[in-house]
Ligand binder design. Structure first.
Ligand SMILES: Nc1ncnc2c1ncn2[C@@H]1O[C@H](COP(=O)(O)OP(=O)(O)OP(=O)(O)O)[C@@H](O)[C@H]1O
Ligand SMILES: [Mg+2]
Length: 567
């Protein structure tokens, strides 16, 4: 006897089961068999969040031809099925399939329960769907395909404010929504191998957020200068040409990253000298008098020339036996940076005025003046200080929120592309300040109204713990095993069935789970209009290699720009 036979599965008559008459698209009903009303399998075993079912191959084949795409996929890995209980319906996703060795034509599958809904008496529709399971089915309960109509009920918004980003797989018309407050309230991460559509999806999500919240405050760190094209109209673009980030905003640690070049014992010595002279230089500001006590970290303007003079003076006080080398090292480095045109966006003599409030206002979009996004294009920043620049910006967001608690300042969303560069795991850690501040925002930001959006193609290279601080995870296709394992560990248990499909997702498709959605969903992102896409278009070699003309001029202009270094 097989499992199927013991359950009298084949002799089951849908008329015996009033609940089986689930509603569905009329087009599909014209088929010979009403697939939605016929079971495709039976529950064998129940255990906690998942259980085992037996599926009938013949029924699956019949369903495969159904016009309703949800029914056509029924029983496949990643698809949804529903199970009749005495109260209503349970919804589950199929995690895996394997052959039932004891019976030809039998398939065993593990399923994960996602939630439950009541049955509307007259129509048999699912309604009042909720996450989680209060009453499990008993072995022998029948398994049915979930129809598009069922999914529509299940994925219907529960009334919270949501943005729509795409359609729910496998249907082609059910809209997929993200609950904005829940998603931003507990950070989010968007992951995916290169070329799967991360940047475009982030642009899509941010566009939708801005449409629904035109007075928002979004700061986006853009390491490749891709996003300026996407946010021409809804954002303000800052790059080395117009960022004008005053150097004196750096705290002591960040100063050390830029000015101290040595390591080991020497580094400590240099840092001590820098601390002493920096405090003196800051104290010369009129502001310092009114503030009373200031520290090396206080964002009080000072003159770079004051700093180098202090260092020189200190060196002059040395007795003959001590070496002035550390003093000279510091002074040379500071002078070098001061004179280098590539560093002018930050270390220009013009930036000495007290522009802190203006700088914060413009970067955090307060007021937003209809442009709620600030794109900070750091692609032109010399690579040795990029991470410090990102650290300063992130710390500004954090400190502003901390010091603004009394004022009830508005929440800020900080989006960080290529996050693995800035918050790397232990193996790649360089102990830089940016990793520390972003980890801190991940851990504590929520309390102060900061939301973090991390985007990366290498989740396994992210610092441990950072991913699990993200309440909502949007995972596009990940090709690498290690990355997949990382994401699985950070995702909730109930999403297992979905997780197994991560390596098989198509471009532009994504599994979303966590706070931002009622239950895990597989989404196919909307097509984003060309004008709103980031400039990350893959070049067409065959097209570009067919046309000619203007090469010399182009090379000439490139060389000029290269030499002028953005000036
Ligand atoms: N929703 C979408 N609408 C229109 N085009 C899209 C969409 N998603 C992705 N694309 C296209 O797919 C290509 C790759 O997308 P994108 O640059 O966003 O990928 P990525 O994952 O950010 O890649 P990388 O890792 O290289 O940064 C682009 O040419 C983009 O135009
Ligand atoms: Mg990208």
């Amino acid at each position: 006897m097989t499992d199927m036979a013991t359950q009298r599965f084949n002799t089951f008559n849908p008329a015996d089961e009033p609940g089986a008459v689930a509603s569905r698209a009329p087009a599909a009903r014209s088929g010979v068999v009403d697939n939605a009303a016929q079971p495709i399998g039976v529950v064998l075993e129940i255990a906690g969040s998942g259980s085992q079912v037996a599926l009938d191959v013949q029924r699956l084949n019949e369903c495969a031809d159904d016009l309703d795409p949800s029914i056509a996929l029924a029983g496949q890995v990643g698809s949804q099925v529903k199970i009749k209980t005495s109260e209503g319906w349970l919804l589950a996703s199929v995690r895996n399939q394997r052959q039932d060795r004891r019976e030809s034509g039998g398939i065993l599958a593990n399923i994960d329960f996602m939630g439950e809904g009541r049955e509307e008496k007259l129509t048999g529709k699912i309604h009042g769907f909720r996450r989680g399971v209060t009453r499990y089915p008993i072995p022998g309960a029948l398994v049915f395909p979930a129809t598009t109509e069922d999914l529509r009920q299940i994925y219907a918004s529960d009334g919270r404010s949501a943005i729509q980003v795409g359609t729910v797989y496998p249907t082609n018309d059910i809209r997929a929504g993200l609950y904005v407050d829940a998603m931003l309230g507990k950070h989010f991460a968007l992951l995916g191998s290169t070329g799967t559509g991360k940047s475009t999806s982030v642009a899509l999500i941010l566009h939708r957020i801005c449409e629904s919240a035109p007075q928002g405050h979004v700061v986006m760190i853009d390491p490749h200068g891709e996003y300026s094209a996407a946010f021409r109209n809804t954002g303000v673009i800052y790059d080395v040409g117009n960022l004008q980030m005053p150097y004196w905003l750096m705290n002591f640690e960040e100063h050390c990253e830029v000015f101290v070049t040595t390591s080991g014992d020497d580094r400590q010595e240099d840092a001590d000298i820098l601390a002493k002279c920096l405090l003196k230089a800051r104290s010369k500001n009129r502001l310092a008098e009114s503030l009373g006590k200031i520290t090396v970290d206080s964002p009080v303007p000072y003159l770079l020339s004051d700093l180098t003079n202090m260092i020189q003076d200190e060196a002059g006080k040395l007795d003959k036996a001590s070496s002035s080398a550390p003093y000279m090292r510091l002074k040379t480095k500071i002078d070098e940076i001061k004179g280098d045109p590539r560093y002018q966006f930050m270390f220009s003599g013009m930036l000495v005025g007290d522009t802190m409030a203006d700088f914060i206002g413009k970067i955090f979009r307060m007021p937003s003046n209809g442009k709620p996004i600030a794109i900070i294009d750091v692609s032109g920043v010399p690579s040795d200080i990029t991470s410090t620049v990102v650290a300063v910006l992130s710390r500004m967001v954090f400190d502003f929120a901390v010091w603004g608690r009394e004022e009830k300042t508005r929440p800020i969303l900080l989006v960080c592309e290529e996050a693995h560069r800035y918050v790397p795991n232990e193996k790649n850690a360089d102990g830089s300040s940016v990793g520390r501040i972003l980890s801190r925002i991940a851990k504590e930001g929520r309390k102060y109204g900061i939301s973090l959006g991390l985007i990366t193609q290498r989740p396994s290279d992210l610092a441990e713990g950072v991913l699990s601080q993200c309440g909502t995870i949007l995972s596009m296709r990940l090709n690498n095993d290690r990355d997949q394992a990382f994401v699985k560990a950070a995702m909730p248990e109930g999403a297992r069935g979905f997780l197994d499909s991560i390596p098989a997702l198509r471009n532009r498709e994504c599994i979303i789970c966590g706070e931002g959605v009622a239950i895990p969903i597989r989404v196919s992102f909307d097509n984003l209009e060309e004008a709103k896409r980031p400039a990350s278009e893959d070049p067409s070699f065959t097209e570009l290699w067919r046309v000619s003309g203007g090469e010399e001029d182009r090379v000439e202009r490139t060389v000029q720009r290269w030499r002028a270094q953005g000036k």
